[in-house]
Design a protein around this ligand. Sequence first.
Ligand SMILES: Nc1nc2c(ncn2[C@@H]2O[C@H](COP(=O)(O)OP(=O)(O)OP(=O)(O)O)[C@@H](O)[C@H]2O)c(=O)[nH]1
Length: 388
Amino acid sequence: MDDWDDQDTAPPDLVEAGSGELEPEEKSFKVPITIVTGYLGAGKTTLLNYILTAQHGKKVAVIMNEFGDSLDIEKSLTVNRNGESVEEWLEVGNGCICCSVKDTGVNAIESLMEKKGKFDYILLETTGLADPGNLAPLFWMDDGLGSTIYLDGIVTLVDAKNILRSLDDAAGKAEGHEESDDHGPVMTTAHVQISHADVIVINKSDLVSDEDLQAVRSRIESINGLAKIHVTAQSVVPKLEGFLLDLHAYDRVEELDRTDRGHSHLDQTISTLSISLPPLTAEQVKAVDAWLRTLLWENVLPGHGNFQGPVFEIHRLKGRLLLQDGSERMVQGVREVFEIFENPITQWGGQKEQESPGTGKLVLIGRNLANFDFQRSLQDCVDNVSGI
Ligand SMILES: Nc1nc2c(ncn2[C@@H]2O[C@H](COP(=O)(O)OP(=O)(O)OP(=O)(O)O)[C@@H](O)[C@H]2O)c(=O)[nH]1
């Protein structure tokens, strides 16, 4: 990562914070956290600099993790408030917040919330090699943290010039996942960062031709058919809210129709799969819940017997279940963590998204999905519920 001081876009000088105690009423508001991930040199620091200097009226706390020589990590906390900024260094044990020392990472943010309380957004920049799937459930589901912050979304930057090479690079194999012998084609860190993303920023567009840019875009869409995609130079997006920040990617389910973008076989490792479902009874929703538990917790596809060959791996899951009584349930999942909940937008009687009426949908993003008939398995499971 580049030194802030070396850049024209460095944030303003840093001064000490106030006492920062939370008022009781402030504690009831949850602060959104956005995880910014991306391969080495993709433009994460450039993006954070841009966010810290852009006009958006937010007081943003940025947590960056970098490995020092001893593998200790330091978290730089920068709070930017109306032109005044505050910096302090939180020393956080050793290891990486994203993979090895989860509790320490959680404690760091808890102490941040207690100490400050004077910012309204947290950006967490991960190291270039981080797997966001390890981190997301901590902020999304953790009881302690979940009461003070919520995961707004995962933004993944890719370098337009190098991403195709990274995806094909066997040396960049993703850590913490099964070896390729069991799983078919090699999955790289770049795959994992793209598959978990809610927004993908294809940066450094100035370094490639239009044709190459289209090839990059198609490959990325074939991996992650759900994410919003922005093409940028110097990580500059037209607007922050709704593009990078305030996405509500885990408490709403939107735009499942993006999965119709096509390109389904461009990447041999990770793909996006869409399963359609008719309107369900309440009992059938329970059956979908049980099916998901088997799928995500046991890594078994119901009805598929003893499948011999590369097994599947689910990274991300989103869905909308339509019920016969006219109500809806949303489905959200990251790896083995998932939830089914009422659609807050229809609950409020608000603007319900237009989608093909009468069809529910589950979208899976993961590895080796093409070898299994997920549609048939789920349909059988739903059909087997008695009393339909
Ligand atoms: N040509 C070009 N260079 C860019 C662009 N965005 C960033 N850079 C440069 O690329 C280099 C890496 O950018 P960073 O923002 O430091 O990338 P990073 O993802 O934080 O890198 P790590 O911290 O090493 O993972 C810097 O020299 C940037 O000035 C872009 O859109 N086009």
